[in-house]
Design a binder for this molecule. Structure first.
Ligand code: PEP
Ligand code: MN
Length: 344
């Protein structure tokens, strides 16, 4: 990774660096961060001559050779100062709350609009709503393209940016054309490397943010961070990691709660950690404890399923969505734990 002396290279400087690496069969990928840009050398970057010629340029600080399978996401990367902003929040500096229904019911658009207003009132910064759903049972409701219009209407009325999950290239194109600000990659696709690459390529040069959930089958933490690297190495560093419970499931819980991996992630990566307590515990009454534990563990935010009338919901909403009243209490208490644990 090439680190310039200034915050970024001029077009002429980039051209000069590019022509050097091309002589050695490599190419340059620019990764644009908020405070600085870095330049990844793609290809075999070991040539001493190539490195020497680049490091000799007056505007280059150094070539960083972080020995890591996730050079860009590594906590030592120069991208570590990158700030992701959404919903008026500078993530990592302030607590980020994403909330809303698991699933948008296309037959019941008003209920989603009501939920959207209610989660905003409760203090959420981003509205979540599933347009397309990855369902274990092929006969369960799979989502509906028409729900995108409901999601957009809720966003227009509340002014909240939105998050929705995409499972394939077609969903991705629809979501990007609709202007969805945050794309979710669900637990089932977190290791789908061709989808990760497609998403990385599609969001490069856009302000889109990705919420990457932890696969239920991921063991090592590095596997999770490397999945983020797949996306970021196309040029957009806006990826946030979302532990959402793992395997084996604990009897009584939907998954094996994994908010406790947050400090381990934070030791290795600068990526924001946004815990999803809803899919972790899978039951509305346990969501508050899991949310507060996540903030105590150092998480930067929460993604919580909430619904104005969970019993009338579809998908996961009847069993695991909290009411707006509970959401408000969780957010208030999460802020209190944040203040307590972040004060020096
Ligand atoms: C969801 O967010 O509703 C969802 C299906 O998530 P996960 O991929 O974590 O199961
Ligand atoms: Mn859900």
């Amino acid at each position: 990774m090439i680190i310039p002396k200034g915050p970024r290279l001029t077009p002429e400087q980039l051209q000069e660096v590019t022509s050097i690496v091309e002589e050695f069969g490599c190419r340059i990928q620019t990764i644009i961060g908020t405070t600085r840009s870095v330049y990844a050398i793609l290809g075999d970057e070991r040539s001493e001559t190539m490195r020497g010629r680049i490091e000799g340029l007056p505007y280059i600080d150094r070539i960083d050779s972080i020995q890591s399978s996730f050079k860009l996401m590594d906590v030592r990367s120069d991208l570590a100062s990158h700030e992701i902003r959404i919903g008026g929040i500078g993530v990592r500096k302030q607590l980020l709350v994403i909330a809303g229904q698991c699933t948008i019911d296309p037959k019941n658009p008003n209920i989603f609009i009501e939920t959207a207003h209610a989660v905003k009132e409760a203090g959420a910064h981003v509205l979540r709503g599933g347009v397309w759903k990855p369902r274990t049972n092929p006969y369960s409701f799979q989502g509906d393209n028409r729900s995108m219009e409901i999601l957009l209407e809720a966003s227009r009325q509340t002014g909240l940016p939105v998050n929705t999950e995409v499972m394939d290239e077609q969903h991705l194109q629809i979501a990007l054309q609709a202007g969805v600000q945050m794309i979710q990659i669900g637990t089932r696709n977190a290791l789908n490397y061709s989808l990760l690459r497609q998403i990385g390529a599609a969001i490069a040069g856009r302000p889109t943010i990705v919420l990457l959930k932890r696969s239920r089958h991921m063991g090592p933490i590095d596997e999770f961070i490397s999945a983020a690297e797949y996306i970021v190495n196309f040029g957009n560093p806006n990826v946030m990691l979302c532990p959402r419970g793992t395997m084996p499931t604990l009897e009584g819980y939907r998954s094996h709660p994994d908010e406790s991996i947050t400090p381990l992630l934070k030791e290795r990566t600068w990526a924001p950690v946004i815990v999803d307590p809803s899919h972790s515990v899978g039951k509305a009454t346990y969501v508050e404890a899991c949310s507060l534990a996540s903030i105590a563990y150092g998480a930067d935010g929460l993604c919580i399923e909430a619904h104005v009338n969970p019993a009338k919901g579809i998908g996961d909403d009847p069993k695991q969505s909290v009411t707006p009243e509970t959401l408000r209490r969780i957010i208030e208490r999460a802020h209190a734990i944040w203040a307590l644990t972040r004060s020096r």
